[in-house]
Design a protein around this ligand. Structure first.
Ligand code: MTE
Ligand code: HPA
Ligand code: MOS
Length: 760
């Protein structure tokens, strides 16, 4: 820990959206006023998970007053293809359907209710085929979506020979529904010349633009995508917003009318992909001092019926398979398996959590067998400065041990553990559990090429500033951070900066808002643009005041200052305008240093890592199997947080979402591939009653990485993984009741599983 050299006035806590949110004025896609003549689209989707389309009858639907058109794949002007990484996903089914929820036809109607009724009147006759829902079955049938992946360091075979203790086992983690508050949707408006403007609820405006252009058979410059903000994405709109945008685009292109489609919650739950469920095997070897010497694991990812982002997610699983531990010998394999479920996709953590869960399981397994607390093994193996990850990157400014030590000290871990132990001695049918979850998460898109961004800045002649970047606001606070960056560069108040919508015409070729890297990438591009204008102002001041080349000039407190010379911000802007100086600039940034060789699986893929440690305690009702989280106490490595309010919200939200994934959110598909937990009554997400009774977050103010914007480290995804501690805290409470519990390592730890564990 060091003092904070970059702490400035603009490193403050504010959220530009808060006043709008709390007064209900925030505009989402469905709040936009509709243009006259707008048509409403709705998909008729497969009710069978795999089969041949034998016959389709739309007669009754077409006869319904208000139905304008029914679109099939035959009507698509360009390619019937929306696959992001691999071209294996048709927009509309052609001969076969591959999952329940796969769109077959699109109804266009004058209102939403009519569209809904018409979809119900369409008869689709499908000859059912055998389905696969289990990734291991898919693997055995060689149904793989992409090439297997393999990471290796050292030699595990030799290392296992020398290990005193070796344990093998299985671990499984379930999927997770995003439950963004705003469902998927898009609104297309034709410009009259064949080009279109599309408002989309997407994390990836450029992905939408590229996909729509392909589906329409037009070039990208004919498609403008605009995003004001989205009501949550959590990865679910990184790649999967393109389908709905393509549907309204095709509808609009064919009818020359505005076309809108906002999914109903039920449709969204059925049709869209989720976090990948994983089945895994592991083998861990420890020496006499409990140092982990070797780790092997095989990961079987349930990819669903099309590739989507699965290979990238799978790769991040391998990057995080040793979590925040140093393991000298690693050998991991990973398989993306094709099943008849909706294509699974990005979800906060992007495969990382699934990898970390297996490592934590292996440690827990070893600890049980050795009769020690898992924390003993965890602590002994934490990463250290200079340690090499199995993919070749060296841990720098490594805070793994510091966050652990600080958590143990600040929250008095020994006392916490004693309280749990004392409670368990005194209570027979109520038990407490404690678990520690250290995290280490790599920041950068694992696909190096994606780590770049652009920004556009206008200083208007009245001194106000308009900024555009490729960042999409989805509740994570990136808008506030962008405004702070510009205000800081110009030395002006944040109130003077207006953030424009994210628009492909103003800022092109954007990477999606993802990988927690949005503020870093777009913020640095924005700094580049602001710096250019700043330089022009400095030059003008130099001339005006006849200063030397090396005179110190500063933009600060709404002024430009050089020694005794001073002009207000408005004066320098006005002077620059009179002198015909360019008041606009576009900026660009691409992350330096990073590289990765996919052939050898070695390199330096991440700009930096984010670390943290969470201590979770829970109480289990050993008669009913219910549980409550008493407390989660976190020490998190923020670098030097540029906006503590926003960052705090990210930790709290990520933690709750992680706890949900690990404990209560259970996706159940029946043998026909039908999602049974397809509504929010039987798919339970954390609410105010199920979040921990106490959440304490301590900021470990660290030097902060240079590659983080204003040294403020990325914060979007890492805290989700603190939720893994919730799973093991319950497991430990169960063991306090039934030390011989035959509980398999399968998440989520639902109340039913707890009961089984208590009494088996
Ligand atoms: N926070 C809110 N409120 N809503 C979201 O949709 N998405 C998460 C995270 N935090 C999300 C969120 C995910 S998956 C990512 S990758 C990051 O935000 C993306 O934003 P960032 O790069 O600005 O952190
Ligand atoms: N994270 C999130 N999204 C991504 C990534 C990643 O590492 N790579 C490609 N899309
Ligand atoms: Mo986040 S899963 O990278 O959108």
């Amino acid at each position: 820990m060091t003092s904070n050299p970059t702490k400035k006035k603009n490193k403050k806590s504010f959220n530009i959206d808060a006043p709008l949110h709390v007064s209900g004025k925030t505009q989402y896609l469905d709040d936009m006023p509709e243009l006259a003549g707008t048509l409403f689209a709705k998909a008729c989707y497969a009710k069978v998970a795999h089969g041949y389309i034998k016959d389709i009858d739309t007669t009754a639907a077409l006869a319904l007053p208000g139905v304008v058109k029914i679109i099939s794949h035959f009507d698509i002007p360009g390619e019937n293809e929306i696959g992001g990484i691999i071209q294996d996903e048709p927009l509309l089914a052609e001969v076969e359907v591959h999952f329940i929820g796969m769109p077959i036809l699109i109804v266009l109607a004058k209102d939403e209710i009519t569209a809904h009724k018409a979809v119900d009147l369409i008869q689709v006759d499908i000859q059912e085929k055998e389905i696969i829902t289990d990734p291991i079955v898919a693997f055995e049938k060689n149904e793989l979506l992409s090439q297997p992946l393999h990471f290796q360091s050292g030699n595990t075979a030799d290392a296992f020979e020398k290990c005193k203790y070796v344990y093998e086992g299985k671990a499984e983690s379930g999927g997770q529904e995003h439950v963004y508050l705003e469902p998927q949707g898009a609104y297309a408006i034709p410009n009259g010349d064949g080009s279109l403007k599309i408002y989309s609820s997407t994390q990836g405006p450029t992905a939408v633009q590229r996909t729509v252009a392909k589906v329409l058979g037009v070039s990208m410059n004919q498609v403008e995508v605009d995003v004001n903000r989205i009501g949550g994405g959590f990865g679910g709109k990184e790649d999967q917003a393109s389908a709905w945008a393509s549907i309204v685009a095709v509808g609009s292109y064919l009818t020359k009318k505005p076309v809108k489609y906002i999914l109903e919650r039920g449709e969204d739950l059925q049709m869209t992909g989720k976090r990948h469920p994983y089945k895994n095997t592991y083998k861990i070897g420890l020496d006499a001092e409990y140092k982990i010497q070797a780790f092997e694991a095989d990961f079987y990812q349930n990819g669903g019926a099309a590739t989507d982002l699965s290979p990238a997610v799978l790769q991040r699983t391998l990057f995080h398979a040793t979590n925040s531990y140093f393991v000298p010998n690693v050998n991991t394999h990973a398989y993306s398996c094709r099943t008849n479920l909706p294509p699974n996709t990005a979800f906060r953590g992007f495969g990382g959590p699934q990898g970390m869960f297996v490592m934590e399981t292996a440690i827990h397994h070893a600890a049980r067998a050795l009769g020690v607390s898992p924390t003993v093994i965890q602590e002994k193996n934490l990463l250290f400065e200079g340690a090499e990850f199995c993919y070749g990157q060296i841990a720098k400014e490594c805070e793994a041990q510091n966050t652990w030590k600080e958590a143990a000290r600040k929250y008095d871990l020994a006392r916490m553990q004693k309280e749990v132990d004392d409670y368990n001695l005194k209570n027979s049918y109520s038990k407490k559990g404690l678990a520690i979850m250290p995290i280490c998460f790599g920041i950068s898109f694992t696909n190096t090429q994606m780590n770049n961004a652009r920004a556009l800045v206008h200083v208007y002649q009245d001194g106000s500033v308009g900024i555009s970047t490729g960042a999409v606001e989805m509740g994570q606070g990136v808008s506030s951070k962008m405004i702070q960056v510009a205000a800081l560069c110009f030395g002006i108040d944040t109130e003077q900066v207006k953030l424009e919508t994210t628009n492909t015409t103003r800022v092109a070729n954007t990477s999606p808002t993802a990988a927690s890297a949005t503020a870093d990438l777009n913020g640095k591009a924005l700094q580049d643009a602001c710096d250019q204008i700043q330089k022009r102002f400095y030059e003008l001041a130099r001339q005006t005041w006849s200063l030397s080349e090396d005179a110190a000039i500063q933009l600060t407190q709404n002024s430009i200052v050089a020694g005794d010379n001073k002009m207000s911000w408005n004066e320098i802007v006005s002077l620059a305008f009179q002198k015909r100086i360019n008041l606009s600039a576009k900026g660009h940034y691409s992350t330096p240093i990073i590289h990765f060789d996919t052939k050898t699986s070695k390199g330096h893929p991440f700009a930096y890592h984010v670390y943290g440690t969470a201590i979770t305690t829970c109480t289990v009702d050993c008669i009913r199997g219910n549980y409550e989280f008493d407390a989660v106490k976190i020490v998190h490595d923020f670098g030097s947080s540029m906006n503590r309010a926003v960052d705090l919200g990210q930790i709290e939200g990520g933690l709750a979402q992680g706890i949900g994934w690990m404990t209560m959110e259970e996706l159940i598909y029946n043998e026909k591939g039908q999602l049974k937990s397809g509504n929010l009554a039987n798919y339970k997400i954390p609410d105010i009653y199920s979040v921990p009774k106490e959440v304490e977050i301590h900021y470990l103010d660290t030097k902060g990485a240079d590659l983080a914007i204003l040294k403020s480290k990325a914060v979007g995804e890492p805290p989700l993984m603190y939720g893994i501690g919730a799973y093991f805290s319950i497991f430990n409470a169960i063991l306090a009741f039934n030390p011989k519990a035959k509980l398999p390592y399968e998440a989520p730890m639902t109340v039913e599983k707890v009961l089984m564990g208590l009494y088996q």
